[in-house]
Design a protein around this ligand. Structure first.
Ligand code: ZN
Length: 428
């Protein structure tokens, strides 16, 4: 007996035409325990829709299953630093036997490479710990692959044809979480199956993807937009009208003016065109607006729009920023080390460009007993000019500056003492 998902919404990837038989209700939220659940449907061309499919009864996880789940080695695809100051991404695998751990590692590395190549993950790739929980299955492969009826004994009970839909790749979520918890820290979980068949699914705590299918990684990247950034879906079903309250998510609004993201209006967005208020999103065609024409939260293979990008940037960056309360809540962070009397430029020894006017904020966290200062400088056209600074006699500084668009750079100086520092910052 399969153990089904215990959630109200799943993601499904399908390669064939979908005949979507949808309920007439416009309510997206389905109470826990209902017989049917909304499931995200990914088409190979990148289109995302939703289907209203029969729910599966969650099965209780037996205590001996949990105990078994507590025994797995963990290795690092990359270990970039203390979990207190890093984003920790955890892979769990299913359908990999003891002799296939090398294959599992290759599949996970490929998925991480794909995630790390997309913004804003690309910016933080050297500040993310990627853990590989070496889950060993008794048999190779997952259930119902390549066709229905193929049964295998695997650690996470992963299977295609979830909810009767071929490319919906489900698993035992509780077991996956238990294995993931073996990692030193968990900020997000990606579960990969030993299969080349296109498929994936999104759970509240994790996403699944076929380990050997190159297209399936996009599903995980979309799902991380939900789980890490708290972003809403921006696709919709034609003929529906939203009648609910203003959504809490940052990338959908009832306001036809798009005032929710007013500072972004008219600015170029990575998915093309400029930010505005485009009708349709949050599963409804009317009465709701999204920031851009066609972002990753609407179509696979697209970048995040500017709003999604900045939200993700802050969410990932908040796990990396400094590791101290004083410097929490900044969008980005850099670390470095200074000798007494030394200085350094950030980010990464160079400048950055602010495309719009707005506030620049920085927080410097230095070693106890030192005197570190931070300066924000702006390019005048012919020279760098200091426009803000933090120059107390202690190791920690903050600064804030309201500026026009242009080139900026941070200068950090060790007036006395030496050691490692973290510079956390947010720019327009
Ligand atoms: Zn989604």
């Amino acid at each position: 007996m399969r153990q089904g998902p215990i959630i109200t919404r799943l993601t499904v990837a399908i390669a064939a035409m979908v005949t979507a038989v949808l309920a007439t209700s416009s309510a997206h939220a389905v109470p826990r325990g209902e017989e049917r659940v909304w499931r995200e449907v990914f088409l190979p061309n990148g289109t995302i829709t939703e289907m209203y499919l029969p729910a599966e009864r969650p099965a209780a996880v037996r205590s001996r299953d949990l105990a078994a789940a507590a025994t797995a080695n963990v290795s690092a695809l990359q270990d970039t630093g203390s979990v207190d100051s890093r984003f920790d991404l955890v892979f769990v695998g299913d359908g990999y036997t003891a002799s296939e751990l090398g294959t599992y590692r290759q599949h996970a590395q490929a998925k991480w490479n794909e995630i790390a190549a997309t913004a804003p993950w690309s910016k933080y790739r050297s500040y993310v710990n990627v853990w590989l929980v070496e889950v060993i299955s008794a048999q190779s492969g997952v259930d119902n692959d390549p066709t229905q009826g193929a049964a295998r004994s695997t650690a996470l009970d992963m299977y295609f044809w979830c909810g009767g839909t071929e490319h919906l790749l489900c698993l035992n979520e509780a077991k996956a979480q238990q294995y993931a918890a073996q990692a030193p820290a968990v900020d997000a979980i990606v579960a990969i199956g030993n299969s080349g068949k296109y498929g994936g699914a999104g759970y509240p705590s994790l996403s699944t993807a076929s380990g050997a299918n190159a297209s399936s990684g996009q599903i995980a990247i979309h799902e991380l937009g939900h789980s890490v950034g708290g972003l809403a879906d921006e696709y919709f079903k034609t003929g529906t009208t939203y009648g609910g309250a203003e959504p809490a998510e940052p990338n959908v609004t009832r306001s036809p003016s798009g005032s929710k993201w007013g500072a972004y209006l008219g600015r170029p967005t990575p998915d093309g065109g400029v930010i505005g208020a485009f009708q349709g999103g949050y599963y409804h065609e009317h009465g709701i607006y999204r920031p851009s024409q066609d972002s990753l939260m609407r179509s696979l293979g697209k970048p995040f729009n500017s709003i999604g990008l900045d939200v993700m940037d802050r969410a990932i960056g908040s796990k990396i920023s400094g590791g101290t309360q004083a410097c929490a809540g900044y969008a980005s962070a850099r670390t470095g080390s200074l000798a007494a009397g030394g200085s350094a430029y950030q980010p990464d020894g160079t400048y950055y460009y602010a495309t719009a006017a707005g506030q620049h904020r920085a927080c410097l966290d230095g070693p106890p007993g030192t005197n570190l200062n931070v300066y924000l400088q702006k390019w005048s056209g012919s020279a760098w000019q200091t426009v803000a600074s933090g120059t107390t006699t202690g190791p920690d500084e903050t600064l804030s500056y309201q500026g026009t668009s242009g080139y900026y750079i941070f200068l950090i100086q060790a007036v006395s003492g030496s050691g490692a520092y973290t510079l956390a910052y947010t720019t327009p």
